[in-house]
Design a protein around this ligand. Structure first.
Ligand SMILES: CC(C)(COP(=O)(O)OP(=O)(O)OC[C@H]1O[C@@H](n2cnc3c(N)ncnc32)[C@H](O)[C@@H]1OP(=O)(O)O)[C@@H](O)C(=O)NCCC(=O)NCCS
Length: 285
């Protein structure tokens, strides 16, 4: 992928995931909507970030000048992650996805790998055949009952000078720091930290969507406090996703806030355990 492919890649991703969401929608869920202008702008901004940090992990498939598939992966120290992957609906099942996946796995080399997967049968087939373990993800959905919110202590707003210890915590929890991804997230998300030596953790909160976007902690108690803070800033319907079975502390907080348990997709890992206490970001893992 090159910089002048960004807009076409975003359009291909919008079409691919809208169709994917339509096919996997449950009867109780609303009809999926195409991305808003703001969501499209944010995706282009993320793709641009990935391209500037680790361009060799960013691949597209072209037919003439049209982008028909994309696989965007990144190496961060000893960790590889897959940020997004798709093939246009009319082009699926013809081997394009396999070639894209082969390219990003060569980029991974022998690094441990981590990403969040949809339930799409071709995707899960590709991932398992590539040696990834699929951990089913729960999600907590609904509106927070504000009368359940506890008083939380020991938290403060995060700053750029917290990123060094946050990278150390990331390394302990998922094998590598987020490095430049922290800098990028800090530009658009609210960061709340717990920085006492025996209670370290952080949560990024997407205040537009009213939900936690990424959470890491040294132990479940710290993670619970951070999640309560994120739920306190949720307005209307919220979503806590990427909850694997080792992160039942998040289910307990969600239930206490009167959210419902749902289930969606997988955390895929290879060469490493599923991280905990941790709620991965779908975009930056
Ligand atoms: C996942 C995806 C990128 C794969 O791309 P693709 O070009 O369709 O993949 P390929 O044709 O190379 O291979 C898909 C494999 O799954 C199989 N497959 C394809 N469509 C399938 C379907 N609907 N059900 C079951 N198996 C399917 C193919 O036979 C092939 O397996 P094989 O190589 O062992 O025969 C593409 O299907 C897609 O964009 N899906 C929707 C978006 C999505 O969910 N992306 C994953 C994000 S985590």
């Amino acid at each position: 992928m090159a910089r002048d492919d960004l807009a076409a890649t975003e359009r291909a991703a919008a079409v691919t995931f809208l169709e994917g969401d339509r096919l996997s929608r449950r009867a109780s869920e609303p009809e999926p909507e195409p991305p808003t202008e703001e969501q499209s702008r944010r995706l282009i901004d993320r793709l641009d970030h990935f391209l500037s940090i680790d361009p060799d992990g960013c691949w597209i498939a072209e037919d003439g000048r049209d982008v028909v598939g994309f696989a965007i992966s990144q190496n961060r120290e000893r960790l590889w992650y897959l940020a997004t992957y798709g093939v246009l609906p009319g082009r699926q099942g013809k081997g394009i996805g396999k070639r894209l996946m082969d390219a990003v796995l060569v980029h991974a080399g022998d690094r441990p790998g981590l990403f969040s997967s949809t339930v799409h049968p071709a995707a899960t087939r590709r991932y398992r055949l590539a040696g990834f373990t699929l951990h089913p993800q729960m999600r907590m959905v609904g509106t927070v009952d504000r009368s359940t919110l506890p008083a939380v202590h020991g938290l403060r707003e995060g700053r750029a000078d917290d990123l060094e210890w946050m990278d150390e915590l990331d390394t302990a929890v998922r094998g590598a720091g987020h490095g430049p991804d922290h800098v990028h997230m800090l530009e658009t998300l609210r960061l709340v930290v717990s920085d006492a030596p025996d209670r370290r953790g952080y949560v990024y909160i997407d205040e537009t969507a009213g939900r936690p976007a990424l959470l890491a902690a040294d132990r479940p108690e710290t993670a619970e406090t951070l999640l309560w803070e994120a739920l306190a800033s949720a307005r209307g319907n919220t979503l806590v996703n990427c909850i694997t079975t080792d992160n039942h502390w998040a289910v307990d907080v969600g239930l206490a806030a009167r959210l419902d348990i749902g289930q969606e997709g997988y955390i895929a890992v290879r060469g490493m355990p599923a991280p905990a206490p941790y709620l991965a970001s779908g975009h930056y893992l």
